[in-house]
Every structure is written in C-alpha cells, then in structure tokens.
Design a binder for this molecule. Structure first.
Ligand SMILES: [Zn+2]
Length: 152
C-alpha cells in the first residue's frame, strides 16, 4: 500500500499569518471553507492543485475520519451521520439521523428539506450566510466532541 502524502500549508500573510490550515480550521472553519471554494475560481489552480487546496483536501479527509460521538435520536443504536437542511427556516441541531433508511425517512417526514452528511459540512458552509454556516459548524462540533484531538 502506498504511503499517504500529508500536505500542509502555512499562511504567509493576513490575520492568520504563521498559522497552518489546521490551526485556522480550529479557530474559524468557515474562513477555510471559503478560501478553499474561492481557490477554484482561479483557472490555473484547477489544472495544478495548489498547496492550499491540497492541505484543505487533507483536512477534509481527516474530518471524515473523526469519530462521531452522538447517537441517532431515532434508532439510538447508530451514530448520527446526517443533518437536515430545511426548505424553510434555519438549521437545527436536533434534526439529525444515522444512515439507516428508516431513520432517514423518519427525519425527512418530520420536516421538509434535504439530508446532508455532517462530515461534508465544510463543502456547504462556504456558500451560506454566516449565521446559518455557524449553526452547521455547531452541529459538527456537537456531534464530534473530540474533533480537536484529530489536529493536536
Ligand atoms: Zn438511526
């Protein structure tokens, strides 16, 4: 098996000068999500992924590997994997479920909206208004209580 390459990136300027992508993620994940999304607007960056993109992709993979600490409110047997993005109103930390189709259906029937993987939250918060984005970050934090350990 090939050894996985680790990419890191340290900011050279700005508010987070001398901080790594992971350190900034712990302070302000929405900032990292937006920088990452913006980096694709630069056409040359698409051809050759730049260091920031590689470091963020590393980070996203780490996030997917972090243990979920909250049980599904429906079956109480599995861990929560999804949150509901409601069609109307704001995200709510109580609207969560595991990957079981029965639990997914129960949550969807409770409120109209779309289910999204909690572990992919970074890809969603980049294009949302900050209050909504912050609620989604809050869902990640409350369902992955030991997330900081992954970046220690
Ligand atoms: Zn469940």
């Amino acid at each position: 098996m090939a050894e996985k390459q680790e990419y890191s990136y340290v900011f050279q300027s700005g508010v987070y000068k001398n901080f790594s992508v992971e350190q900034v993620f712990l302070k302000d994940p929405i900032h990292i999500a937006r920088l990452y999304q913006r980096s694709f607007k630069n056409k040359t960056a698409i051809k050759t992924p730049n260091q920031l993109q590689l470091a963020v992709e590393n980070l996203l993979e780490k996030i997917r590997g972090i243990d979920v600490t909250k049980d599904c409110p429906y079956c109480k047997a599995a861990k929560v994997m999804n949150f509901l993005l409601p069609d109307f109103g704001t995200v709510n930390g109580g609207l969560l479920c595991c990957n079981d189709p029965v639990c997914r259906e129960e949550l969807k029937s409770a409120r109209s909206g779309e289910l999204h993987a909690i572990s992919d939250f970074m890809l969603m918060v980049s294009y949302m208004r900050r209050p909504q984005a912050q609620k989604i970050v809050g869902i990640f934090k409350s369902t992955h209580k030991n997330y900081q350990e992954a970046f220690a």
